[in-house]
Design a binder for this molecule. Sequence first.
Ligand SMILES: *Cc1c(COP(=O)(O)O)cnc(C)c1O
Length: 522
Amino acid sequence: MIAYFSMAIGIDKKIPTYSGGLGILAGDTLRSAADLKIPIVGVTLIYHRGYFRQRLREDGTQEELPEEWNPTDVMEFLPHRVYVDIGDENVAIGAWKYEIEGISGYKVPVYFLDTDLPENSPETRKITQYLYRGDKRYRLMQEIVFGIGGIRMLKKLGIKDAVYHMNESHSALIIHELSKKMSIDEIKNRCLFTIHTPIPAGHDRFETNLVKEFFPEWDRELDMTELAFYGSGYVNGVSKRHRDVSRQMFKRDNIDGITNGVHSATWTSPEFATLFDEYTPGWREDPHLLGGAERVPPEVIWSSHIKAKKRLLEFVKSDFNLNTFTIGFARRFIGYKRADIIFSNLDRLKSLGDIQIIFSGKAHPHDNEGKSIIKRVINIARELNGKIKVTYIENYNIGIAKLLTQGVDLWLNNPKPPLEACGTSGMKAAHNGIPSLSTLDGWWIEGCNEGITGWSLTDDAENLYDKLGNEILPVFYHNRTKWAEIMKNAIAINASYFNTHRMILEYNKIYKRMGGNSVIAS
Ligand SMILES: *Cc1c(COP(=O)(O)O)cnc(C)c1O
């Protein structure tokens, strides 16, 4: 059995226990595992108030409201209880069980740990209230419940000799817990660790005095990434480039690269799913077969795309035009993703021709730079006064991500290299024949075939206008057949590879090697 630990898991728009890429990846991974009958269970926390619900004021100021939801509607609360010491309190932990059903009926359980139990103090009841919120102390309490409580809960559920996959280092305290019964060599033979970001703020560190409060024997800083490295027999980054960047950053050679993917059937529009069923049968079980999308006639590709685009524009409810070239930009708003680059030269942008742009994305509540970029985008949109139509969809989530990555004409991404570890939204777009225009960073270094699957960007804003004006818009408006060929290539070349079926099979080789006989994978 494999136990997959992820602080956030995004499975469904009804379960708001994710904020962005990491959680969505976790959900897609478990879905592919269920389809492929890989014996895995997911472990995460429940977050009764989610991450947050975003509301934008007229002037672009982001408001953060609690995301109200009721786990009882979608999952089952189990009678099992385990306990962890947090300060002077022996905190009770319960678990909710959600089952992901694979394509042939195989079920993968996901356990959502919960401290909101009557036997706990008001303070510890709140540990599983919010994702990625609160101070360091709150986060450390969450990670104790997650790592230590997680191992104890699995044991209680009868899952003992597992291989433990840490999706980011938030769960690294599992190593501390396992070390009570196992030697470091045994632990290394069971644990693997996937790093997700080259940004230092993305790596949890807790100062000595704080750690001492919960672990009196501890006498130094607790660096979760370091702890995860220490206890893992296998470590990987999430793209080939991110592997190389991580090797440099952590001064270690033994970091591998397994490029992320997306769950094909989840992110493909109903229109394209119908097409694939006809032209590339079996693609849901084996997305590699999407290579056969080359067989779809160009006019069929185009008419399916128009239906998905129509669905998006009806949702947007502004005066957007179905025939106008539509650019999508949606992801977390944070400095390095540079959402406002397309607005760096408004005269040049206006001179390009008929374009409309749809934005969506949340900024972390503590990220003032990210919030100011949202404001900037919204204010420029207003200044443009319809010369370029721009709209911003509030409260980016799985549902909106589906509409956007299925319905725009071009997916734009311009992060500051090398900070995009992988990126997955462009892979969702590729499943719907939507080419990317993106900086060569993360997965796009592997996926970009210039002018064939999409286009690359250099690190210079003028290059964005050059690419749009000289290469992209002329094909879109004047050579529909060639545009449809590019759409087919995005599917046949990129979607057939950048999916979580291919990805989890790569991990499964590691799982089998590590777990020895305890992992019986199909
Ligand atoms: C796919 C997805 C992301 C990740 O997008 P990136 O471009 O990889 O950063 C974030 N949020 C939601 C809701 C998504 O569906």
